[in-house]
Design a protein. Structure first.
Length: 166
């Protein structure tokens, strides 16, 4: 499974630099982010970027769509198994874990999809908004992931609330 994940990632990412290499660049070589975004580099090209834009959007939709479908199917199987549990308390505990996982997945996908759509369809949007959303999609999911999972633990939840409301 790990090898399949690596191969899928490589097959999606390897065409991006090859598609960018064929462009002629006439604008300044200053990126708007400290990390490299495919769409950011495409905007510097003087050539027609339609193929790259279509590839980037379809790769994003296919990878996130396939991931979302597989996550949905796994949650259906998990729910079927959890609902067979006889004990109501264990059922609630299992569903609580599922909700935490679902929140973590949403925290990852929502900013990523928002940035992708903003770059492709938000032509009149502020560059500051694009930069801000780019950093949010890069930083927020890994920062929020431990918080989402630690909120389940009562001991940690009390300490987090105490830290914010001192």
């Amino acid at each position: 499974m790990g090898l399949l994940c690596v191969l899928r990632g490589l097959t999606v990412v390897i065409p991006l630099p090859l598609l960018l290499k064929r462009f002629r660049y006439c604008q300044t070589n200053v990126l708007s982010h400290s990390h490299c975004l495919h769409h950011d580099i495409m905007k510097m090209a003087c050539s027609d970027i339609t193929v790259n834009s279509i590839y980037g959007l379809s790769a994003k939709i296919l990878t996130m769509g396939l991931d979302s479908l597989l996550i949905f199917l796994s949650y259906v199987m998990i729910l079927k198994t959890v609902l067979r549990i006889a004990s109501h308390a264990e059922c609630i505990r299992a569903l609580n874990t599922c909700i935490s996982h679902l929140c973590a997945v949403l925290l990852f996908y929502t900013p990523e999809i928002g940035v992708s759509l903003l770059y492709r369809f938000g032509k009149g949007s502020s560059p500051l908004l694009q930069i801000l959303l780019g950093y949010i999609s890069l930083l927020i999911p890994p920062l929020m992931n431990p918080i989402v999972y630690s909120v389940k633990c009562k001991h940690l939840r009390v300490r987090i609330i105490r830290a914010f409301f001192k």
